[in-house]
Design a protein around this ligand. Structure first.
Ligand SMILES: [Zn+2]
Length: 468
């Protein structure tokens, strides 16, 4: 499986909710036995020294296996048959990679080989067609530039001796695989379907699927492995999932954020982002209040309403663009490994000023939070929500209840004087660190992003939070 360079794979598991019936378990075990037989057939045919030319890229092996009629003999659904072939070919390729490494090591360590000998051997091992031919005991038929190069490297050496040496070396290290175990089988999306709180698996009976209720509702769209525990009448599904590496490109340290209307974010170090947020928000609020047509009947056909909507959308876009740009700027400047931010109150309290109140009610907190969560995820920055009660009235240095004067926080106990929001951000950081230090690792926002539907396309998968 190929992945992005900063992607790693982890396995998540799914389990049956109720014991699998004896009849179904027997059917699953038969699939497992059949898949094992297919694997062994592939090992037998292509696992040896002469199999090399047929395993890359694998079409030859696949076609030959199709012609072998083994699938018909076993009456095995195509999905399981071909997956088992690919898995077995994968094992053989790993064997080859290991073997080549060992042989290269031995070549380097062999005092009886001249530099020209080593050069020849390395050339042969690198040129796959050449390697396959030499191992099969034949003459390589190369073309173009490879033919010339091959002629050049073989000129000064005893190829008879070296080819023999190479074959012996490979035979010594290339173990032929065989397996007696039939404890499970692979399945791809063609062979299963998630629905009804469980999974439907293709069986050998045409059109009939086995249904297994699962303990979770996560759905995946990739190759999975069904491991059987017949004694316990249980199964375990293994799913490889991509996980972004935690801290790419120098993101480090923790960051506490205070969120506000006048300024989107103030950090615990007192840096500010989104200072113009209120301007964008007010422009929108004023527009809504002043331009909303009084008569909203026949809203769709009303030209005034159309004009109004277009204007509103334009202002919303401008605001959203600004929010996105400021979140990007914040993350790229601060480069944090973990961001803590306060849990937002469910609803704003009524304010003293009607206009501010209207603004507050329209403050798209949810939008900012979702964008923040999304952008943190894209950069593999962990975003942790911190419980916010009393977070703005506590001293971030000593924890005493303090006073607020003119946007400043003053601590009567230790004398700390800080901009109010910076003090709040300091408390967010402190509480976040305490959370991380506690048994659990905070409340990951990942689940919330998922729920909000913000990450439908590229976001973390269902159940992703499990592996963090
Ligand atoms: Zn204090």
């Amino acid at each position: 499986m190929k992945g992005h360079k900063d992607t790693i794979y982890k396995t998540v598991y799914q389990y049956n909710q109720v014991p699998v019936s004896a009849a179904d378990m027997e059917k699953l075990q038969e699939l497992a036995r059949n898949c094992r037989d297919v694997r062994n057939s592939v090992y037998e045919r292509y696992g040896g020294i002469r199999g090399l030319s047929k395993i890359y890229p694998g079409y030859t092996a696949q076609n030959e296996m199709t012609k072998s009629r083994l699938r018909e003999q076993l009456n095995l659904p195509a999905v399981y048959f071909y997956l088992s072939i690919f898995d077995a070919l994968g094992d053989i390729k790993s064997q080859w990679a290991y073997t080549k490494k060992q042989v290269e090591k031995n070549i380097r360590a062999n005092p009886n080989l001249s530099p020209e000998d080593c050069h020849y051997l390395r050339f042969v091992m690198k040129q796959s067609q050449c390697f396959a031919s030499v191992l099969a005991g034949g003459e390589p038929h190369l073309s173009g530039i490879w033919e010339e190069r091959y002629a050049a490297v073989r000129e000064k050496v005893d190829i008879h001796r070296l080819d023999g040496y190479l074959r012996r070396q490979v035979r010594r290290h290339l173990g032929k695989s065989h397996t007696d175990v039939a404890d499970g089988f692979p399945a791809s999306p063609k062979g299963y379907r998630y629905a009804d709180h469980g999974i439907y698996l293709t069986t050998k009976e045409r059109g009939k699927r086995i249904f297994i209720p699962l303990t979770d509702n996560n759905r995946y769209d990739r190759q999975i492995y069904i491991r059987l525990y017949p004694e316990e009448r249980n199964i375990r599904i293994s799913v490889p999932v991509e996980v972004r590496q935690r801290h790419p490109e120098g993101y480090e340290g923790e960051l506490g954020l205070a969120m506000g209307l006048k300024c989107m974010f103030v950090t615990d170090q007192g840096r500010t982002y989104g200072e113009k947020y209120l301007e964008y928000q007010s422009a929108l609020t004023d527009y809504v209040r002043e331009r909303l047509p009084r008569h909203q009947k026949n809203a769709r056909n009303n030209p005034g309403m159309k004009k109004y909507n277009a204007g509103k959308i334009r202002l919303e876009r401008a605001m959203h663009g600004y929010v996105n740009a400021e979140i990007n700027r914040m993350l790229e400047t601060e480069k944090p490994e973990i961001v803590y931010f306060p849990k937002l109150p469910p609803q704003s309290k009524p304010g003293f000023n009607r206009r501010v109140n209207a603004t507050v009610s329209m403050w798209q907190k949810g939008f900012i939070k979702n964008r923040l969560a999304r952008k943190c995820w894209e950069r593999s920055v962990e975003l942790v929500e911190v419980f916010g009660k009393g977070i703005s009235t506590q001293c971030s240095r000593c924890g005493t209840e303090g006073m607020k004067e003119e946007n400043l926080f003053c601590c009567p106990s230790c004398g700390l004087v800080l901009p109010e929001r910076q003090n709040t951000a300091g408390n967010v950081l402190g509480r976040g660190r305490a959370l991380q230090g506690a048994a659990g690792s905070g409340h990951s926002v990942i689940q919330q992003i998922k729920r909000s539907g913000d990450c439908k396309e590229k976001g973390p998968e269902n159940g992703m939070a499990k592996v963090f």
